[in-house]
Design a protein around this ligand. Structure first.
Ligand SMILES: [Zn+2]
Length: 441
């Protein structure tokens, strides 16, 4: 298939833009990209899809989210949420305890659909639902497969719901990692080992996790120092800072995702750098929970690869980019900070961090990369060039302007219609279940 009559931002190493461009997709992969006249001449027999002059970019990557929080939209919380711990206990941990496997599946469908609508083609999730652990990652996988979105899944291991549930959580991670090794749905579904956070994980539990992972994999997905309470807990109980503690357990590796890092110090940053462990920045979530601004600029100065997620605050990475820009400049009291760093985080680092989990590159339009591509109804009223497209991406684009989403060479949304499933029917079921769940929280 050839996508033609479009303006293509490639995000490749040379930052190429094609104003009258075309992309030849063969199967799941981009076979060629360039000027439309040349591509059409080279492959005359291929089916052509006219994009009507639309703007085209690589699909967006969301590096950290929580599908399980979907029912929280519009939900009233009656108990206090006046500090980070109470936000967890009285909102998120109260909600996740209510979820059945049916809810996990509905949450997956609604979140993945909204992600696709906002141009997200790869979603990295960190799941929790202590009363429906068994089979939960498989339920998420099945929804992703049904919709055709690329995903990485894990279950957030924690001691907070008791040892019986903890053991089920270890088993679910391991069962899913093994299942993905056998069948990764054509490189569409990946598994990591999820850990909640240092302050809900005893030494015994971390040892069990590590033993279960022996010989399997060394990629963990873990919240680090999101609230200051997490660092206090680690210092008080273990006499070490969080990253030092997790390093001792062999959890800080280049395949691990260290999420947040709001309160890490210079020494912890040096450890992350030493192991090439990426840090995932979630600017809106950090502001919403009032936990502070992570030292992102300092991490980047030190050479840590910082990526971006949403922590489920939104499913629109363009929203997250806007907030990243202003949070970083506001926090540094320096209006020159934030802009270029945000573009680097989203468009250079996310593709770099997450491509390595898959067999081919994602987040770039070039020969050999996966055909994960989005189109926008966006007519720029200032020049758009190879040197300034980031300014358009940050200030002009939003997820709501996405018209088509192509993942792994297939349209999963065309002209704003989600294909493959009945979105209205799923939303109706989700509203019905949300009403029931809200009575329980
Ligand atoms: Zn999170």
């Amino acid at each position: 298939m050839i996508l033609t009559n479009c303006v293509i931002i490639t995000n490749d190493d040379n930052n190429n833009i094609y104003y009258d461009g075309a992309i030849f997709i063969k199967g799941t992969v981009i076979e060629d990209v360039g000027k439309a006249s040349e591509i059409l001449e080279k492959y005359p027999e291929e089916e052509k899809i006219d994009l009507g002059g639309r703007l085209v970019m690589p699909g967006m990557i969301c590096g950290h989210s929580h599908i399980y929080s979907a029912y929280a939209r519009g939900m009233a919380v009656s108990r206090p949420t006046d500090n980070f711990f109470n936000v967890l206990e009285n909102l998120w941990w109260t909600l996740d305890r209510t979820l059945t496997l049916e809810d996990v599946s509905l949450n997956a469908y609604t979140t993945y659909m909204e992600s696709i609508q906002n141009g997200v083609t790869t979603l990295v999730d960190h799941h929790s639902g202590p009363n429906s652990v068994e089979g939960s990652l498989f339920a998420l996988r099945d929804a992703a497969t049904d919709l055709g979105i690329r995903t990485s899944l894990c279950y957030e291991l924690s001691d907070r719901d008791g040892m019986e549930i903890r053991d089920k959580e270890i088993k679910e991670n391991i069962d899913f990692i093994k299942a993905c090794k056998e069948d990764d749905k054509g490189d569409m579904v990946k598994a990591m080992f999820g850990l909640h956070a240092s302050f809900t994980l005893s030494d015994e539990t971390l040892n069990k996790a590590r033993e279960a992972m022996e010989g399997l994999y060394d990629g963990y997905h873990v919240h680090i120092a999101e609230g200051i309470e997490d660092e206090w807990d680690s210092l008080q109980k273990h006499g070490k800072r969080i990253v030092e503690r997790l390093e001792d357990f062999g959890i800080i590796t280049e395949n691990t995702l260290a999420v947040h890092g709001v309160h890490i110090n210079e020494r912890e940053m040096d450890i992350l750098k030493k192991h090439n462990t990426p840090v995932i920045f979630n600017p809106e979530s950090n502001m919403n929970n009032a936990v502070g601004c992570p030292p992102i600029l300092r991490m980047m100065e030190k050479g840590i690869t910082v990526g971006m997620g949403t922590d489920a605050y939104t499913n629109d990475m363009f929203d997250s980019m806007k907030v990243s820009n202003i949070l970083l400049s506001h926090n540094a009291c320096d209006p020159t900070k934030g802009f270029s760093e945000t573009l680097e985080i989203q468009f250079k680092n996310n593709p770099k961090i997450f491509s390595k989990y898959f067999n081919r590159e994602i987040g770039v339009i070039k020969k050999g990369a996966y055909a994960d591509i989005i189109t926008f109804n966006y007519m720029p009223y200032t020049p758009l060039t190879k040197d300034n497209w980031g300014g358009h991406a940050l200030f002009g684009l939003t997820g709501r302007l996405v018209n088509d989403t192509i993942i792994n060479g297939k349209f999963v949304m065309k002209d704003k219609i989600i294909l493959n499933v009945d979105q209205e029917e799923i939303h109706a079921k989700s509203r019905e279940r949300a009403r029931e769940i809200w009575k329980l929280v």
